[in-house]
Design a protein around this ligand. Structure first.
Ligand SMILES: *Cc1c(COP(=O)(O)O)cnc(C)c1O
Length: 363
């Protein structure tokens, strides 16, 4: 029997309550303006989000992270039938977006330390049809992005930063290493809207300009399509909310890192834990006894989750793209477990969870 979670895996309301006044003011500003799409709030958020990543970057708000990946790939010139190297351990969205762009996903095995694409997979799997690498920074942990960019050579690298807003590699923010980057503002992400949202980021003004066309019918001029595209917009309410929340992002990430350090200190002798250098969208541990541990924690009121239980190359709609087994990805899927981690979690909560994990191992 599972008892009601004493510590739920995630909780969004405390984060809203903590900045409720600022959110109410932003929402009121949009309601008072009478302007709900493609207006000043979007422009302001795009400017602030680009500046957060260094002043010369261009940000283009879109309707979701999945759309940001699709539009990002298309803006990089990916054509139907082009092959894109993708991870299989990062959930369905990056793969679904690649297929939606008309491209052929080629699954890469994961590096068990960073959980990103193992850089050696690029040379193993590229063919003369390969055009791009979709590098996901999973769990807030930067992938080996410099090695990936080096191994990619003339292939375009699109970074999927949906779980890693604000993470840095040698002081440089993720999303600025590849030719372009895609972000999600799904509510649970480190930077989350109160609904759907996403953005494409690029230092290349031409890539950004193409993303702008692709997010709305291929229009540069209203009602006149330059190329076929459907529509995917970031609305004014979400943009205003994200502008408020962006100012808190670094603080929230610091809190996530502090809580993760606490987990690491009490658990790293028992289970594999993530390296310390990410922004801890999730706190993921690894143990061959994962299923028993998950049930044990549920019995003690601790909510957990698995990100992700089903490698995408083994899922029915995508299995025909698989070019063989991915041993590290398949093993990780059996061993990973995500513990509760969000900025409003207290140190007492972390200690309780860590204590229960230690109890499971008889430690
Ligand atoms: C959340 C997520 C997405 C998709 O974002 P949506 O906004 O939900 O479409 C893409 N990639 C990764 C790695 C994600 O975690």
């Amino acid at each position: 029997m599972t008892v009601a979670a004493r510590i739920p895996f995630n909780a969004l309301k405390p984060g809203v309550d903590a900045i409720r006044g600022e959110l109410d003011a932003a929402i009121a500003r949009v309601l008072d303006s009478g302007w709900f799409l493609m207006g000043p709030e979007l422009q302001r958020f795009e400017r602030d989000f680009a500046a957060y990543h260094a002043a010369h970057r261009h940000a283009v708000g879109v309707g979701s992270g999945t759309d940001a990946i699709r539009i990002g790939l298309q803006a990089l010139g990916i054509q139907p039938g082009d092959e894109v190297l993708v991870p299989s351990n990062a959930g369905v969205p990056p793969v679904a977006a690649t297929v939606a762009a008309g491209a052929v996903p080629v699954f890469c095995d994961a590096d068990p330390l960073t959980h990103g694409i193992a850089p050696a997979e690029i040379a193993r799997l590229r063919t003369d049809r390969t055009r791009a690498v979709l590098a996901v920074h999973l769990y807030g942990q930067p992938a080996a992005i410099q090695d990936i960019v080096a191994a990619a050579g003339d292939l375009s690298v699109l970074e999927d930063c949906a779980q890693a807003h604000g993470a840095r590699v040698n002081g440089q923010r993720v999303g600025t290493f590849g030719k372009a980057a895609a972000f999600s503002f799904y509510p649970t992400k480190n930077l989350g809207a109160l609904g759907d949202g996403g953005a494409v980021l690029s230092k290349d003004p031409e890539v950004a300009e193409r993303a702008r066309l692709l997010r709305m019918y291929g229009w540069r001029q209203r009602y006149l399509s330059e190329e076929h595209s459907t529509v995917s917009r970031l609305d004014e309410l979400q943009a205003a909310i994200l502008t408020v929340k962006l100012a808190h992002l670094d603080g929230w990430n610091t809190t996530r890192q502090r809580l993760a350090t606490r987990y690491r200190a009490s658990l790293s002798d028992l289970v594999d834990v993530l390296p310390p250098d990410g922004v801890f969208h999730l706190f993921v541990i690894r143990t061959p006894q994962r299923d028993a541990l998950k049930a044990f924690l549920a019995d003690r009121g601790v909510g957990t989750d698995i990100h992700y239980p089903y490698p995408v190359h083994l899922q029915q709609p995508y299995a025909h793209f698989a070019r063989g087994p991915l041993p590290d990805t398949e093993r990780l899927a059996r061993e990973i477990l995500s513990l509760p981690l969000y900025p409003e979690l207290s140190e007492t909560d972390v200690d309780y969870v860590a204590h229960q994990v230690r109890a499971f191992f008889g430690a």
